[in-house]
Design a protein around this ligand. Structure first.
Ligand SMILES: NC(=O)c1ccc[n+]([C@@H]2O[C@H](COP(=O)([O-])OP(=O)(O)OC[C@H]3O[C@@H](n4cnc5c(N)ncnc54)[C@H](O)[C@@H]3O)[C@@H](O)[C@H]2O)c1
Length: 327
C-alpha cells in the first residue's frame, strides 16, 4: 500500500454534483486529478460547475483567482475509466447510488488501478463490504463519504468495511487532513454510517412536532439555526451533556424519551408531500413555498450563509489557499 506522502495523482470516478466538487477539492490542495465520467457532456458540465463553485468562493474571499486558475489546470477529464485508473495513486468513486453499478465500477477499478492503491467510495449508505467484495482487494476498499457541497463542507466520514485494513483507514484519514478535511472515523459498516443516523433522528422528531402542531416548520428551523446548530458548532451533544451535568440529562431522558417519535417508516406528512410532487426547492414546494424561478436564490442564500460561517470558524479547509488574513 502506498504511503500518504506518495499520493500525487487522484482518479475521481463519476463527475456529478459530488465527483466535480471532490475533484475541485483535491485540485485546490495541489493534487493532479483525472476526472472520469462516461459522457463528454457530463465532463463539460462538471468543468462549468467547478468554475461556478470557484467564482462564488473567490467572491466570498475563500479562494484567490490564481489558486482557482492553477487548480483548474490540474484537472484532466476523460471518458475512459482505464485511462483514469492507470498509474493513479488513489481512487475516489462518486457514481450514482446503485449497488450493481458500484460493484461493476469497482471490479473495473480493481483491474486497472495499481494493486497498491486504495479504492474509496462516496456511497451515502450502501454497504462498503458489498462494494469491496467486487474486488480482489477488499482490505483496501474504504468508505470516504463527503458532505454536500463537497468543496465547502469540512468533515468526511471514513468508514471501515468488514475487511478493511487499519492501514487503509489511516491512509484515507491522512489524505483527508492533507486536503483540509476533518476525518470522522466510522468503525462499523452500518446503514446511515454516522451523520445520517444523527441527522435522521433529528429530522424524524422535527416532522413529528410539525405533524402534532407543536411548532411550525419556521419555528423548528429557527430553533436549529439560531440555537442548537450554533451550540453544536461549539460542542457536540455528548460533551454538551458533560458540561450541563449528566444527572440533568438523565432526568430529562427519563420523562421525555417516551414522548418522542418512534416512527419506523417515513411519516405521513413526508410521504404525502413526495406523492404530491412537493419535493422541495426545485419543485416550488416542500415544507415551504418557493415562487417560480427562486430556487437558485434559495440555494445561493444557503451557500452565502455557509461562506460566512466558514470564514468565522476559520476551519482548516480554507486556511491555506483561502482566507486573505490567514497568513
Ligand atoms: N448528492 C449528495 O448530496 C450526496 C452526498 C454524499 C454522497 N453522495 C453519493 O455520491 C454518489 C454520487 O452522487 P451525486 O449526487 O454526485 O450523483 P450525480 O447523479 O450528480 O452524479 C453521478 C455521476 O456519475 C456518472 N456515472 C454514471 N455511471 C457511471 C459509470 N459507470 N462510470 C462513471 N461515471 C458514471 C453520471 O453521469 C453522473 O455524472 C452517490 O453514491 C451518492 O449517494 C451524494
Amino acid at each position: 500500500m502506498l504511503e500518504v506522502g506518495e499520493i500525487r495523482q487522484i482518479a475521481v470516478i463519476g463527475a456529478g454534483v459530488m465527483g466535480s466538487g471532490i475533484a475541485q477539492t483535491f485540485a485546490q490542495a495541489g493534487y493532479a486529478v483525472r476526472l472520469q465520467s462516461r459522457r463528454q457532456e457530463t465532463l463539460r458540465a462538471a468543468r462549468d460547475r467547478i468554475a461556478r463553485n470557484q467564482a462564488a468562493m473567490i467572491q466570498a474571499g475563500l479562494l484567490s483567482e490564481a489558486a482557482a486558475r492553477e487548480s483548474l489546470a490540474r484537472i484532466h477529464t476523460t471518458t475512459n475509466l482505464e485511462k483514469a485508473a492507470h498509474g493513479c495513486h488513489f481512487v475516489s468513486e462518486s457514481v450514482p447510488e446503485d449497488l450493481g453499478l458500484k460493484r461493476q465500477v469497482f471490479a473495473a477499478l480493481d483491474q486497472h488501478a495499481p494493486t497498491e492503491v486504495v479504492l474509496s467510495t462516496d456511497t451515502s449508505g450502501l454497504s462498503i463490504s458489498a462494494i469491496a467484495s467486487a474486488t480482489t482487494r477488499p482490505e483496501m476498499v474504504v468508505g470516504f463519504h463527503w458532505m454536500n457541497p463537497p468543496h465547502l463542507m469540512p468533515p468526511v466520514e471514513v468508514i471501515r468495511g468488514e475487511r478493511t485494513a487499519d492501514r487503509a483507514i489511516d491512509l484515507v484519514c491522512g489524505l483527508a487532513g492533507r486536503i483540509g478535511r476533518v476525518p470522522i472515523r466510522v468503525e462499523k459498516d452500518v446503514p446511515g454510517f454516522l451523520w445520517n443516523r444523527l441527522q435522521l433522528a433529528l429530522i424524524r422528531e422535527a416532522i413529528h412536532v410539525v405533524e402534532q402542531g407543536i411548532a411550525s416548520p419556521e419555528a423548528v428551523d429557527l430553533s436549529i439555526t439560531t440555537g442548537l446548530g450554533l451550540r453544536w458548532a461549539a460542542v457536540g451533544p455528548l460533551r454538551l451533556m458533560d458540561l450541563g451535568g449528566l444527572a440533568t440529562f438523565h432526568s430529562i431522558a427519563a420523562y421525555l424519551y417516551r414522548d418522542l417519535s418512534k416512527a419506523d417508516e417515513p411519516q405521513q406528512t413526508l410521504a404525502a408531500k413526495v406523492t404530491a410532487g412537493e419535493t422541495g426547492v426545485r419543485a416550488g414546494r416542500g415544507f415551504y413555498h418557493y415562487p417560480a424561478g427562486s430556487a437558485d436564490a434559495a440555494v445561493g442564500a444557503r451557500d452565502a450563509r455557509l461562506f460566512e460561517l466558514l470564514k468565522l470558524l476559520r476551519l482548516p479547509a480554507f486556511q491555506d489557499t483561502a482566507l486573505p488574513d490567514a497568513h
